[in-house]
Each structure stands twice: as C-alpha cells, then as structure tokens.
Design a protein around this ligand. Sequence first.
Ligand SMILES: Cc1cc2nc3c(=O)[nH]c(=O)nc-3n(C[C@H](O)[C@H](O)[C@H](O)COP(=O)(O)O)c2cc1C
Length: 193
Amino acid sequence: MKNKKIVILSGSVREGRKSHYVAELISEKLKNSTNHDIILLDLKEYPLPIMETRLDNEEQYPEILKRLSSYLINADGIIIVSPEYKNGIPGALKNVLDYLKPQIFRHKPIGNITVSSGGFGGINCLSQLRLVGLAMGGLPIPEKLCVSNINELFNNSGAILNTSINEKTTQFLDAFLWYVKRMSVQNHPPHKM
Ligand SMILES: Cc1cc2nc3c(=O)[nH]c(=O)nc-3n(C[C@H](O)[C@H](O)[C@H](O)COP(=O)(O)O)c2cc1C
C-alpha cells in the first residue's frame, strides 16, 4: 500500500487522563507496523474557546484551528480516541468538532475508539461519535474498539498492566487499514465544504 496519511485525534484534555495512553499505543503500533505517515493530534495542544460563532471562512480561523483543520483535510483515514463522559462525547472534543467544516471528513474512513473506566467501554459515546462522523461527511467503519476498565490496563504513568489490549488494538487496526487502503483515492470527487 502506498504511504497514506493517518490522523489520530486524541479527545481527552483531562488532567490525569487515561484515554491518551490508548491513542499513544495506537500511534506507536501504526508507526511500527506500517509505512504510513502517522500524526497524533492531542486536543490538549489545541485549546479552543467554546464555539460562539460559526466560522465559515477559513481566514477567520485562529491559527491552531487552521493547523488542525489542515491535518484532517489531508488525512486518508482518521482515528478518533474518545473517553466516554456521562454516556457521551466529552464537551472539549465535541467543541472542536463543532468548529470544523461540516464535510471535512468527506470520503474518509473513520475508526472510532472509546475508553471508559467502567465495564461497557464507552459504547454510548461510540454511537454518538458515529453519528457525528456521518454529519461531517465521514464513513465510520463498522469495526470498533471499546476499551473498558481502563484503570486495569494502564497505570497512572501509562505503563501497560494487561497485554490483552495489544490483540484488540491489532484486530481493530487491521480492519481500519483495510478501509484506508480501499477508500483513499488520488483525487477525491469535488464536494461542498
Ligand atoms: C466528567 C466525567 C464523566 C464520566 N462519565 C463516564 C461514563 O458515563 N461512563 C464511564 O464508563 N466512565 C465515565 N467516566 C470515567 C472515564 O471513563 C474515565 O475517566 C476514563 O479514564 C477515560 O477518560 P479519561 O481519558 O479522561 O481518563 C467519566 C469521567 C469524567 C471525568
């Protein structure tokens, strides 16, 4: 497969966050097992205020939004790693997604990973992410990675406590890469942004 650009959007900005360890693990696995360009976007590095005005013109974008947007536009595939908060998408992540243009994910496979400290792996958040991904023109893949009981998988410094996470991530990434290979084309059809 020719080199593709894969963006991983890590959606937790919480002090002491654990889902970022999953994003880092995914990033490392992709770097070690493929020749693709892997870009890990940490939302903590893109602090945007609560969206009060819809910005239609990119020239109005703050610099960090321009940068974030450009990584996503150029991606052949996107992985979103999100913790589940209150059965849903964390406000910080949704806020950033709300800033972005409605069709920014157009024709791109979206792999969703959710993380929870409870036993259900963020399945409710996954449903919301899929809907939001569709609203942004993306194609959420059917395969999912719902990481439950995160505190049993990583300690507070990010060390892996239980290697069961390795097999699950490998299966998910194999599926995601299948879609990236088949769906990414040289010239995407024109679309309204
Ligand atoms: C505001 C808030 C709401 C949360 N709601 C849920 C929830 O609905 N279900 C769940 O399993 N875990 C919930 N959690 C726990 C997270 O799953 C836990 O913090 C986990 O480590 C993933 O999030 P993190 O990346 O912020 O660490 C919540 C955590 C916070 C901070």
